[in-house]
Design a protein around this ligand. Structure first.
Ligand code: PAF
Length: 275
């Protein structure tokens, strides 16, 4: 892949990249479509990255369907699919990691130790292998996108990061490969994340800016579902991820909720997503 990328670069071609863990859904396809138009050559990477899963997390059971993924990539006219094995990316004796140490501390980072270190490491490696000019990520993983933007800036990586809006099912559930884990009852209950965010938005529109009050109302929405357990509901600055007492332009409202055993995340940015 790296040799191909260098040859493309020598021929003056630009490369865009959509890093994924496969089991592609409409959210991924929206990234692929945005990336398609932006460069000469489009590379999709498919790699379930063991380094970003904790020991008790779902690395083994994470949904995989490589044939369907390839079919979808073909339909979307992806030029190259790079789908390495874990032993290609982390051969025996592998011992180098990248760690962003500020934005990674909060939210998902607080409850998933090592997660963003795993993400930062694999994304750096994928960038080095694929040599993209642009790379596309989804806003659903808001904190991930900020960590990657910060890492790219701090390490002077020559890649432009584009973040695309959350894609939702018709009823509002944010698309995620992990939605597959939900049984029909949990699938219904999972709507509480979107409902809680919609309630937050309503409150802000009606002039309620107190983070404590908004959080309390969101907790009440989530609490209505018997199989729900809040991991976090956070109201933060959309750029620095520092806590905010008052909601305003560029504030992030993010939540992670277990529905049964499945942990789902979703978020909303008030006004414009900060650059
Ligand atoms: O968002 C994902 O699917 C993954 O975290 C990523 C960015 C592909 C790194 O493994």
């Amino acid at each position: 892949m790296q040799e191909r990328a260098f040859a493309l670069k020598r021929a003056g071609k630009t490369i865009s990249c959509v890093p994924t863990m496969g089991f592609l859904h409409q959210g991924h396809l929206s990234l692929i479509r945005a990336a398609r138009a932006s460069a000469d050559v489009l590379v999709v990477t498919i790699f379930v990255n063991p380094a970003q899963f904790g020991p008790s997390e779902d690395y083994r059971t994470y949904p995989r369907d490589p044939e369907r993924d390839l079919r979808l990539c073909r339909q979307e006219q992806v030029d190259i699919v790079f789908a390495p094995e874990a032993c290609d990316i982390y051969p025996d004796g592998y011992s180098t990691y990248i760690e962003e140490t500020d934005l990674s501390r909060w939210l998902c980072g607080a409850n998933r130790p090592g997660h963003f270190r795993g993400v930062a490491t694999v994304v750096t490696k994928l960038f080095n292998i694929v040599q993209p000019d642009l790379a596309y990520f989804g806003q659903k993983d808001y904190q991930q996108s900020r960590v990657i933007m910060k890492m790219v800036k701090d390490l002077n990586l020559p890649v432009r990061i584009e973040v695309c809006p959350i894609v939702r099912e018709d009823d509002g559930l944010a698309m995620s490969s992990r939605n597959k884990y939900l049984n029909p009852e949990e699938r219904q209950e999972a709507l509480c994340l979107y409902r809680a965010l919609s309630r937050a938005e309503e409150l802000v529109i009606s002039g309620e800016y107190s983070a404590a009050k908004i959080r309390e109302e969101m907790e009440a929405v989530i609490g209505q579902e018997v199989h729900s357990r809040i991991d976090y509901i956070e109201i933060r600055d959309g750029k620095t991820l520092e806590p905010r007492d008052q909601v305003g332009e560029g504030t992030l409202i993010a939540l992670a909720v277990f529905i049964g055993k499945t942990r789902l995340i979703d978020n909303l940015v008030i006004g414009k997503v900060p650059g």
